[in-house]
Design a protein around this ligand. Structure first.
Ligand SMILES: C=C(O[C@@H]1C=C(C(=O)O)C=C[C@H]1O)C(=O)O
Length: 379
């Protein structure tokens, strides 16, 4: 484990050399980990069989990889006070009525399409530009400080540019043949209440579509029969927002990560239902390319040594070590692409027959604050 200062200096040096790297902190953990690729080669994966950190786009066209075997891996203990942030001017909010109109028209078109019956839900996104004077690493430090319950990351790669985010959503975690995933949907502003938050039937329905479809896809993928466990839906807080979440776990019949990812991604939380119809609507109608927004990212096939002490008496030092392969992958939400003083923020929301275009616009505005609030200096 390195000192935080040395850790960030090393990241900075690596960044200045234009070599690929990723640094991240998992939800509720206090360790920041980084993979620093030691060459300029562009590595990709198609079968998700390598060990390393993967960064995939929404469409499934490209999965960049920072392979463990070509990287230096470093960690540091995270302590909020030690992270120094730069100063910056406050950026005033600009209300963009043209963008609002465009988004509302898009939502209205989707509602019409849904009512015609070709799909039940579609997630529509937009992109917003916001200036920032902060460096990429300062923005990352701000995220770490502000969102301890999110997966916070910075990814820098010549093929994708710099992406930074704080996502509340796990795509899948796999350990040996056990997996965990979640159905996350429905959004409202956080007003101090979590447990007693009230949800409208529209939001309950929207989230149920996600959890039903994830279970169906897992069954299609041959999750061991009868092994899927579902929690009741409950409310979770993500920054200034609340969502409805169901935890889903189970046992896999095989450990083919590639098949599992193919069956889960893109979930109806970021695409819609049915998947193909929703995806087609998105690709035809959204104003901008999603690129890596609503794609996925995370550790794949990392080996972890697990030591278990023998229970037998009179046998000291009998520790059995077993190697465990682990993958932990997140959906790339509440994220931005950073280029020269400007952040491109990607935000979306689920549309169903009962959606209201203005409310959907406001939801994307609220979601954009997760990122906007870290583009200026934190007090
Ligand atoms: C699509 C986004 O978020 C997803 C959509 C949600 C919704 O429609 O209510 C809620 C959480 C996420 O699963 C986003 O943040 O851009």
């Amino acid at each position: 484990m390195m000192q935080a200062m040395a850790f960030f200096n090393t990241l900075e040096d690596h960044n200045n050399k234009n070599l690929p790297f990723v640094a991240y902190r998992k939800p509720d953990e206090n360790v920041i980990k980084a993979f620093l690729q030691n060459d300029k080669q562009v590595y990709k994966t198609t079968n998700f069989a390598e060990s390393g950190f993967v960064f995939s786009d929404f469409c499934g066209n490209i999965s960049l990889l920072i392979p463990e075997e070509h990287s230096e891996v470093m960690t540091t203990a995270y302590t909020a006070e030690k992270l120094i942030t730069e100063t910056s001017e406050y950026i005033p909010e600009i209300t963009n009525s043209r963008e609002q109109k465009k988004h509302e028209e898009l939502v209205a078109k989707a509602i019409t399409e849904i009512k015609l019956g070709s799909m039940k839900k579609v997630v529509l996104a937009r992109k917003e530009q916001s200036p920032t004077q902060l460096s990429a690493l300062s923005i990352f430090k701000n995220l770490l400080q502000r969102y301890p319950k999110a997966f916070c990351y910075i990814w820098s790669h010549p093929e994708s540019g710099i992406w930074i985010g704080a996502t509340p959503e796990t795509l899948v975690k796999v350990e040996r043949n056990r997996f965990k995933t979640m159905a996350l949907a429905g959004t409202q502003s956080y007003n101090g209440e979590i447990e007693n938050a009230a949800w409208t039937p529209k939001e309950v329905e929207e989230q149920k579509i996600v959890s039903d479809e994830i279970v169906q896809k897992l069954k299609d993928f041959k999750v061991a029969a009868g092994s899927i466990n579902l929690s009741d839906p409950y409310t979770v807080k993500a920054g200034n927002l609340l969502h409805i979440r169901t935890d889903i776990s189970g046992t896999l019949e095989n450990d083919n990560l590639s098949n599992l990812l193919e069956s889960l991604h893109p979930t109806p939380a970021v695409c819609g239902f049915p998947r193909e119809e929703a995806k087609e609507f998105i690709l035809e109608n959204e104003q901008s390319e999603r690129e890596f927004y609503a794609g996925f990212l995370g550790e794949i096939n990392l080996k972890q040594e697990v030591k278990r002490n023998s229970n037998r008496r009179n046998q000291e030092n009998q520790a059995y070590a077993s190697i465990l392969k682990q993958s932990q992958i997140f959906v790339n939400l509440r994220c931005m692409k950073l280029s020269k003083g400007e952040a491109e923020i990607f935000i979306g929301g689920g549309i169903t027959a009962d959606s209201n275009p203005t409310a959907e616009w406001e939801e994307t505005v609220n979601k954009s604050y997760t990122i906007k609030s870290v583009l200026v200096n934190q007090d």
